[in-house]
Ligand binder design. Structure first.
Ligand SMILES: Nc1ncnc2c1ncn2[C@@H]1O[C@H](COP(=O)(O)OP(=O)(O)OP(=O)(O)O)[C@@H](O)[C@H]1O
Length: 607
């Protein structure tokens, strides 16, 4: 019986492996405790098991601690107490950390053989991809070794990766608490899986998007820059462009006639819609309709990407010249010159080079979802209770108790917008670009003229902590000085290494924040900032604000938004250690405001 809620140690894997497994493979569980049922592995997997013998459900969480450059491990650690409190009574929560690439495949196989009720990938698309591959062995689905077992193992996902593109198709964001709620509800739906092979050999499965040539090369390079977060996709794309040539290819759809596709830039085979950190590349793909959507970009030049990138992100590129889309059950792709150098990737993981055949396995896996996959025709998921069966009995308890996540008060907490807001790499570039521009512009500006608040003595309590009410009062004063645009804040109430985050990015350091504010302010003619409401919570204060300004560009655009800022207090010093801005206006709308000319004037502070 597995009743483990702690990480299980792992021992080396030595058994026969399928060809796509890479080195460093390990298999789950030194299950020395008699709480665990040990079983010999069949089908060449051989090894110990991760299974219970009680009536409780066994949920195996396969965690990639290296996902999102280590953020997955941190988020997972924070999530565990909540997860246990939600699921612990009805389920065995079995946590298995991967030790390296491909390990998740082995863990998954063993878990399925031992009858786990669900294997849940915790990490990004790469981890999900490996878990999906663990559902198969030598071209067949892995089965429960107990032939009398009545249930099949479901696939689950807690999306905590860099891109987490698969989750976007269903409107799941990277909020792990929502994912836990989904798992607790336990609705299942059949989901299609794509399979890739080369002349019937080297079978490899994908659940999101497989792609060929430029995008695959970009993904290959992007994987080397994950430490830069979502910027890795931009860097990867730039590197892939260097020396890139479009290539003539031949394709065969559903076993029909071979067709020539000249000058292919990229060919994408979608079981779901998004790849590359939010690009809606196969907008008509539905991971439960028994088809794959193939989108081919031909004869694209670098400037086509500059002018059409936004269309690729919002999924409107199918109307662009040289873009074709078709729904297929299988597609074979070969390069005409047969150079052997055309990259292929599946679910963002490098998978060698052409030629390859891609085909669909309809309804191959039972997936834990909160919706019917057949209903995902548009970006917004339609929640449906009839698409699956409930495997857990926690739903009512959730709703009745209103379990809060991370200590947040579900009624008082300002709500960030839910649902999908595709990350826009363009906006990221704009964000970093504007910061660089600001720095460059500041070189030509006269020295700082706005007064800097200094010498404020923060009152402290008997344990040396800054008095909360004084810190809050300083923030309110800073609002009166429009500190967002003047940089004129009370530095004494902030930690020097305070983290500043907004919808586009985050960084640490008060000095950098002040500099960015000042640089931003220098681009503004008039501004008006008002603190509308203040809320106090145990670990933070929340200021709700209204902001408008006229930018000093020749077309005088007006930016206008409401939002709120969370000010987290350091438990030791009592000072602000995190400053998190939330804009109620979607990023893309702000961007549009910036481009819109106006003659308008905004009453308020003259900067
Ligand atoms: N313990 C580990 N150490 C190093 N690499 C690992 C480990 N476990 C898994 N991996 C590899 O990490 C890679 C990336 O993982 P994952 O997809 O979870 O995160 P990500 O790349 O940040 O997210 P996304 O794919 O959504 O952009 C996978 O290719 C996987 O093989």
């Amino acid at each position: 019986m597995l009743r483990s809620t702690s990480c299980i140690p792992l021992c080396p894997f030595t058994a026969k492996q399928p060809s796509f497994l890479r080195t460093h493979q390990r298999i789950a569980s030194d299950l020395s405790s008699d709480r665990f049922t040990l079983r010999g592995g069949g089908g060449g997997g051989g090894a110990s098991a991760v299974v219970s013998s009680s009536g409780l459900r066994d949920l195996v969480f396969v965690v990639n601690p290296q996902g999102a450059n280590g953020r997955t491990a941190k988020e997972w650690k924070k999530l565990l107490p909540y997860l246990r409190s939600c699921l612990g009574k009805d389920c065995n929560v079995i946590e298995l950390l991967t030790l390296g690439p491909s390990h998740a495949i082995d863990i998954t196989r063993e878990a399925i053989r031992d009858g786990a009720d669900a294997v849940i990938a915790v990490g990004g698309d790469g981890t999900l991809h490996e878990v999906v591959n663990g559902f198969f062995w030598e071209g067949k689905p892995v089965g429960n070794l107990n032939s009398e077992a009545s249930h099949s193992t479901a696939l689950g996902l807690i999306p905590l990766g860099t891109g987490s593109d698969f989750a976007r198709t269903f409107g799941w964001n990277n909020d792990p608490c929502e994912a836990v709620e989904r798992i607790a509800k336990g609705m299942r739906s059949r989901v299609d899986v794509g399979v890739i092979d080369k002349e019937g050999k080297d079978l490899h499965y994908f659940i999101n998007v497989a792609d060929v040539h430029l995008s695959a090369k970009a993904g290959f390079y992007a994987s080397k820059y994950k430490k830069f977060g979502k910027l890795c996709y931009v860097i990867g794309a730039l590197q892939a462009f260097m020396g890139h040539h479009n290539r003539d290819m031949r394709i065969r759809v559903n076993g029909g006639e071979w067709e020539i596709y000249p000058q292919v830039t990229a060919l994408c085979v979608g079981n779901a819609k998004y790849f590359g950190g939010g690009m809606k590349i196969t907008p008509n793909a539905v991971p439960g309709n028994g088809n794959l959507e193939v989108v081919v970009l031909q004869d694209f030049k670098w400037y086509d990407f500059v002018f059409k990138l936004h269309k690729l992100y919002n999924g409107t590129h199918l109307s662009v010249n040289n873009v074709t889309s078709r729904s297929v059950q299988s597609i074979e792709v070969e390069e005409i010159s047969d150079s052997g150098s055309i990259y292929v990737q599946s679910d963002g993981e490098h998978l060698g080079f052409l030629p390859k055949k891609f085909r669909i396995l309809p309804g191959a896996i039972d997936m834990i979802s909160s919706l019917s996959f057949h209903s995902i025709a548009t970006v917004n998921p339609i929640f449906s209770g009839d698409g699956g069966r409930s495997i857990f009995r926690l739903n009512r308890r959730f709703e009745a108790t209103g379990v809060s996540c991370r200590g947040q008060n579900p009624t008082n907490e300002p709500q960030t917008s839910k649902g999908p807001e595709p990350e826009n790499v363009l906006l990221k570039i704009a964000w970093y670009g504007s910061e660089l521009l600001g720095i460059a512009a500041s070189v030509f500006r006269s020295p700082e003229t706005s007064p800097i608040v200094t010498g404020f003595e923060v009152p402290v309590d008997c344990s040396g902590r800054a008095v909360r009410v004084a810190v809050v009062d300083s923030i309110k004063q800073d609002f009166k000085r429009s500190y967002f645009v003047t940089g004129n804040l009370t530095p004494e109430v902030y930690e020097d290494k305070c983290e500043f985050a907004d919808p586009a990015g985050s960084f640490k350091g008060l000095a950098r924040f002040k500099r960015n504010c000042t640089n931003f302010g220098s681009l503004i003619e008039k501004s008006n900032m008002k603190l509308m409401k203040w809320e106090n919570f145990e670990d933070k204060g929340v200021g709700h604000w209204k902001f408008s300004c006229v930018m000093s560009f020749p077309w005088k655009p007006i930016l206008s938004a409401t939002g709120y800022t969370e000010y987290y207090f350091d438990t030791g010093s009592g000072k602000i250690c995190r400053h998190v801005e939330h804009w109620n206006v979607p990023k893309i709308a702000l961007f549009k405001q910036l481009l819109r000319p106006s003659r308008g004037l905004v009453g308020g502070t003259q900067n």
